[in-house]
Design a protein around this ligand. Structure first.
Ligand SMILES: Cc1cc2nc3c(=O)[nH]c(=O)nc-3n(C[C@H](O)[C@H](O)[C@H](O)COP(=O)(O)OP(=O)(O)OC[C@H]3O[C@@H](n4cnc5c(N)ncnc54)[C@H](O)[C@@H]3O)c2cc1C
Length: 410
């Protein structure tokens, strides 16, 4: 029996419409290969996966499902907040999803809605939501990850253009993106959080070089991005000049919440299959580890439902959504480790083709730390939770009030 509250007539009508749309256009999960790994293991696969996601986003947009709750004038559906939840619930049995495009919409959409001028919203939101323009996040730098506010990429105003010089790194899908949202230092005399500006940059601008980083799994999920004398029109600023940290925080909060939502079928089914094949089902330690993973998956599901119930009632989430990111990241590590131990040698080597299970195991092993690092590391999320949710004293910040230019750097 479902533990979902009964729909109002209005919600039931929307649910029926969502179901009809998905039945006609989406790929039923039951018809997909459960061992299929998206965008793995090489560059062609990564690009094909990215474009497949973009095509699905276009389909959603064409039928009014791309952003059900956003304002209609900016490409959304103008529906109440529960419409997102209903679409998500109905989508659970389908494998179609927008891939990385979904992450950028979740990060940049609310940021533009909250911080951008009406002109920028009208210019950028409709093509973001339709997938016509794909974006990448240009935040991290070789010396600035967890301590993002220490970033050193410079932007200097020259007439009515910003001129940007610097280097970004770990920029997911930047090699496929049309535009980027970029943090740059515009006031080196101010303390680190107060001299940053949030800029929107066309990735085909002269002076931008995108260098894919080849990973151990053979593909390039992320890139280095070099910016040399890149000119950006002065009106492509989100929020206040020098006050971009506020918009950056909106991106980071939405990124953590998006990752914490998880997605896809739970891994425990596949782990059970692996345990049965490799003779692990009678091993009490394997059974305990499987039980822990199943319990965490169930807890994550319940936490998601509680957040969604709050959204349904127009209330604040009952706990910080960063908690679900920490939870999902921890489960992924447990899953990858167990998959590796069950599969044995197939976790590190296997036939090049025709070995879907082995490919899945290798992807789980190699990717198991991606979620605990990307979007803010687990350690940093725990710091945030300690301060925001538990009210513990703030982490000491020796350079918080010092002019950025006076802070020693490597
Ligand atoms: C899959 C993936 C996708 C990514 N995509 C993007 C992207 O699209 N755009 C982008 O800009 N960046 C992206 N990143 C980069 C990501 O945001 C950074 O890797 C992350 O913020 C950590 O920064 P760092 O790698 O510099 O590690 P560091 O900050 O150098 O951290 C090193 C270690 O020290 C720990 N640590 C650091 N500070 C503290 C502290 N105060 N308290 C306790 N422990 C601490 C960390 O937890 C970590 O274990 C991506 C990363 C991954 C893995």
């Amino acid at each position: 029996m479902s533990d979902r509250p009964a729909d109002t007539p209005e919600q039931a009508e929307l649910r029926a419409a969502a179901r009809a749309f998905l039945t006609e256009h989406a790929e039923p999960r039951a018809e997909l290969n459960p061992w299929q790994v998206s965008g793995f293991p090489d560059d062609d696969e990564a690009r094909a996966y990215f474009e497949h996601g973009r095509a699905w986003q276009r389909t959603l947009a064409e039928h009014g499902w791309a952003a059900p709750t956003w304002p209609a004038e900016f490409g959304g559906g103008g529906q109440p907040t529960w419409a997102d939840r209903i679409l998500r619930e109905e989508s659970a049995d389908y494998g179609s999803h927008p891939g990385f495009i979904g992450a950028t919409i979740a990060m940049l959409g609310p940021t533009l809605l909250a911080h951008a001028t009406d002109d920028l919203k009208a210019r950028f939101l409709p093509s973001l939501v339709s997938g016509e323009v794909a974006w990448c996040q240009l935040f991290s730098e070789p010396g600035s990850g967890s301590d993002l506010a220490s970033l050193a990429t410079r932007a200097v105003l020259d007439g009515d253009e910003w001129v940007v010089d610097g280097q970004k790194v770990w920029n997911s899908c930047a090699q496929f993106a049309d535009w980027g949202f970029l943090l740059a230092r515009t006031d080196p005399d101010a303390p680190k959080h107060q001299g940053i500006t949030f800029l929107l940059v066309d990735m085909s601008s002269p002076g931008i070089e995108v260098r894919p980083l080849v990973q151990a799994n053979g593909s390039s999920h992320f890139n280095e991005v070099f910016l040399s004398g890149v000119r950006i029109p002065a009106d492509q600023v989100v929020g206040e000049v020098h006050g971009g940290w506020a918009a950056a925080r909106t991106v980071l909060a939405n990124e953590a919440a998006f990752i914490g939502r998880g997605g896809g079928a739970p891994a425990s089914d596949r782990l059970r299959d692996l345990a049965a094949r490799h003779g692990g089902l009678d091993d009490p330690t394997v059974r305990q580890r499987l039980a822990a993973i199943v319990s965490r998956e169930r807890l994550q599901d319940l936490m998601g439902q509680r957040i969604q119930a709050a959204v349904r009632n127009g209330q604040r989430p009952p706990f910080d959504p960063a908690l679900t990111k920490v939870m999902v990241a921890g489960t992924k590590v447990l899953t990858g480790n167990l998959a590796a131990e069950l599969a044995g040698p197939a976790a590190v080597a296997g036939p090049a083709d025709g070995d879907a299970r082995g490919t899945w195991v290798r992807a789980e092993v190699l990717n198991r730390f991606a979620i605990s690092i990307g979007g803010g590391t687990t350690e940093v999320q725990k710091n945030n939770l300690a301060e925001r949710s538990l009210g513990l004293p703030r982490e000491p910040g020796h350079d918080r009030d010092t002019a950025w230019k006076d802070v020693p750097r490597n």
